[in-house]
Design a protein. Structure first.
Length: 219
């Protein structure tokens, strides 16, 4: 049963305002050669393997962020929403496990690179400190960005290729619903503070660094 969120101090459009403020970075992510390679199928296997391994590490920590949301939400409907979103991450991790097996990646032996470590440290630092809105603002860009990239790459596709499955996952209606729920939580619990806006921007910057390091490798 879908959670019915209570009417509280909802700032209508806060998630849109934060997205608009970070859209330049989102467009830079879309234009990054790693993402372009995903879109047209030219991304090297080596870079994709590096990305999947690092992303699986990140998502495991991301799920812990939702657990913190369950703990901190002040009402049952909010706690249920965080729980449902965490379940979505676990489904995403199943996809990563399947792909990792196909690619020969041992997820138990993944060593986080600088971007994955920095991003997850940033996430965990906000999991139990500061306001609930700051935690949500830290987590929302990941989901909003992947939904945006998935839709844009799907619109540009002219035929199937190696990474079509990845694109379809993030362009699909199921993931779009998860993004909607995440942004609903931000609209509901966010207060529109400078701290929340800063965390949203910084998370989006970490997303760009994540793609860039997957492209370049450790240097």
């Amino acid at each position: 049963m879908e959670a019915v969120l209570p009417r509280r101090n909802v700032m209508a459009g806060l998630s849109k305002d934060f997205w608009d403020g970070a859209e330049r970075i989102a467009l830079e992510c879309l234009a990054h050669p790693f993402v372009r390679g995903l879109g047209d199928g030219t991304l090297s296997r080596e870079r994709y393997i590096r990305f999947i391994a690092q992303d699986a590490f990140f998502l495991d920590v991301f799920a812990r962020g939702f657990a913190a949301g369950v703990l901190r939400a002040p009402d049952a409907a909010g706690r249920r929403m965080f729980h449902e979103l965490q379940a979505g991450v676990f489904e995403e991790l199943k996809l990563h496990a399947s792909v990792s097996q196909e690619l020969g990646i041992d997820l138990a032996k993944v060593v986080p690179m600088e971007a994955a470590r920095g991003y997850t440290d940033f996430l965990l630092a906000n999991a139990l400190t500061g306001g609930l809105g700051e935690l949500i603002a830290t987590m929302t860009p990941c989901m909003a960005l992947y939904g945006f990239i998935g839709r844009r790459l799907a619109d540009e596709q002219s035929g199937e290729h190696t990474y079509t499955r990845w694109i379809e996952t993030y362009a699909g209606a199921e993931f779009a619903e998860l993004v909607r729920r995440m942004e609903t939580l931000l609209d509901l619990y966010g207060e529109g503070t400078g701290g929340e806006s800063d965390r949203y921007q910084r998370a989006m910057q970490w997303e760009w660094r994540f793609f860039d390091e997957a492209w370049r490798g450790a240097e």
